[in-house]
Design a protein around this ligand. Sequence first.
Ligand SMILES: C[S@@+](CC[C@H](N)C(=O)[O-])C[C@H]1O[C@@H](n2cnc3c(N)ncnc32)[C@H](O)[C@@H]1O
Length: 262
Amino acid sequence: MKLFVSQQLKSLLKRMGYELRNIKPNPEVDFQGVDAYVLEPFLKKSDELLRYKKGSEQTGMGWTDDFLKACRFLSLQEVIKHCVRTFPDKHFAECGCWKGHSTWVTASLMKEGGSKSQFHVFDSFEGGLSDKVAEDESLRGRIDANQVAKEKLVFASEESEVKENLSEFDFVKFYKGWIPERFPEVKDFSFGFVHLDVDLYQPTRDGLEFFFPRLEKGGAIVIDDYNFSQFPGARKAVDQFLIDKPQVFFYAVPTGGAFLIK
Ligand SMILES: C[S@@+](CC[C@H](N)C(=O)[O-])C[C@H]1O[C@@H](n2cnc3c(N)ncnc32)[C@H](O)[C@@H]1O
């Protein structure tokens, strides 16, 4: 009888466009859902969300869209806006651009904010990731050569294609090569903002070691891969780098990624 009533109710509600579901409490978490008011920036389509979407369209990255990526890009934009306002004359840099999604978002904020500086972008443009070292061993375990090759393929991008995607921003300069090969070309600049999004231990460590000393006081470095179980090397590189710098403001964003302010 109980089953019959519940089926009738379900089908009636379905015809009215509703769905009846029994939501069981999950003992693993101490909250049961997401407060819609917290999602306001997403629901009302903020400038930041629209810029994230537009960058994704411009660079053909729509297929990578997900809620947590959008959250990382919202945090990223808040940091960039602050740095554009504070350091309109200082250089900006990015390590790891792939097809240029974050590059497009950064460049568009620099343009909108009236930045007068250059944006230096470093990437291998050569089939993606450099080789993994011991620090990159994932929490999910070692991945075999086949999976490594697949991962490299996913992160492949063509420099000419990315340049084309970013052609509206003439202040963006690309440096094709394995990090840190081409860092010496910008060694005399001082930076207001740096984005590190290279997934692995070695280029994250090299990026921090090179850019931190050249970062203005109050300038920021965003590390996109901090706290990804897939890419533990990025977190290791950051944690090791910060051990002797307790004065640096460091924030690991709960939805992924982290940033520091010098
Ligand atoms: C996750 S993707 C970057 C995503 C990009 N920031 C975005 O928002 O779409 C990582 C990039 O880092 C680059 N990369 C990884 N290790 C590198 C290294 N050692 N030298 C140069 N580029 C590297 C890869 O080629 C790839 O394009």
